[in-house]
Ligand binder design. Structure first.
Ligand SMILES: [Zn+2]
Length: 328
């Protein structure tokens, strides 16, 4: 928990320092005062060109993976953190040009002294963007708040994140259906995807790899398509975007956070990126290649099973024809 909070605070501190220190060099796009240097590409950008580049990156990711189609109704899961509020602002600009309609869905898990602030921030921010917001609570949906559910574990070895993750996903799907959406967008960023990729490797679980592919066509149990428009955007750049745009995001981490392994992997990937700028994109390419090869393999297995079934049926019919003297 402490590691998670420290990481959040570190990102905010770094972004503030970058802005405060500035740069004696000029923006490569407009010649204004640069406030950010993108180490993996060498770009130096001013405030406006940097924030525009994040919007453009999101737009390109949506097009690259064909995430949005004309007439889509998109429900964005908004927690009130920097990632989801940044995405709410960006998607409110992008969705209109795609002929799509944007909604926001927020889940109140019932975490005392934590969630109330985020729900309130999200309500006022969504209202300022004219985005309809649906708020659902664990208590209304499941009869318990998360705090109450955790008290009822009675020593069972199940983590708060396991309960919350499953309940949240279902609650977001319910919210999406209530507003009439056919697509659920989440603000998972490049760092989130890479951490999940490595966690699955350490757990020996390759079946979940296909979920990492932002172009995967799988749907939820409610038949909703899932998209991740920040799939190719660095977490630190989203934090900087939120800071430059002065978004009212909640910076305090969840008090139930139990992400020890994820924090270690996050620190490891970030230290590699510092030494080898751009390594995150190389790792993403590896993750996508593996995810797609598994999808192809699954399709081949399904095709073989179908051929085998057809062959067995054909043999059976032939046998019946011979046995019944109907074979010509
Ligand atoms: Zn500029």
């Amino acid at each position: 928990m402490e590691q998670n909070r420290e990481s959040e605070h570190l990102i905010i501190l770094v972004t503030k320092c970058v802005l405060a220190l500035g740069s004696p060099q000029n923006c490569i796009k407009c010649g204004g005062r640069a406030v950010y240097t993108r180490t993996y590409s060498g770009e130096r950008l001013c405030k406006d060109c940097f924030t525009s580049s994040i919007v453009e990156k999101t737009r390109r990711t949506i097009s690259k993976y064909r995430m949005l189609r004309h007439g889509d109704k998109v429900a964005l899961a908004v927690s009130g953190g920097k990632d989801s509020l940044s995405m709410l602002q960006i998607l409110s600009e992008i969705c209109g040009s795609h002929g799509s309609k944007l909604y926001a869905v927020t889940v109140d898990e019932g975490i005392k002294d934590y969630r109330e602030e985020a729900v309130s921030m999200t309500e006022s921010f969504a209202s300022s963007l004219n985005v309809e917001l649906k708020v659902l609570s664990f208590r209304d949906l499941y009869g318990y708040t998360l705090d109450e559910a955790l008290e009822k574990r009675n020593g069972m070895k199940i983590t708060s994140c396991s309960i919350c993750g499953v309940w949240r996903r279902r609650a977001i799907d319910v919210g999406a259906r209530l507003v009439g959406a056919n697509v659920v967008a989440t603000a998972h960023n490049l760092d989130d995807l890479l951490q999940t990729f490595l966690i699955n490797q350490f757990n020996g679980d390759i079946t979940r790899l296909k979920w990492i592919d932002p172009g995967w066509e799988g749907k939820s149990e409610f038949g909703l398509r899932r998209i991740k428009p920040f799939a190719e955007t660095y977490e630190v750049e989203i934090a900087f975007y939120a800071f430059l745009k002065d978004l009212p995001f909640q910076s305090v981490a969840c008090p139930h956070g139990e992400e020890g392994v994820r924090s270690e992997i996050r620190n490891f990937i970030n230290s590699m990126e510092t030494k080898h700028p751009g390594v995150k994109y190389s790792l993403l390419k590896t993750a996508l290649d593996l995810a797609r090869s598994i999808q192809v393999e699954e399709k081949n297995v399904q095709r073989c099973q179908l051929r085998l079934q057809n062959s067995q049926t054909h043999n059976q019919q032939g046998y019946q024809r011979i046995n019944g003297s109907t074979f010509i």
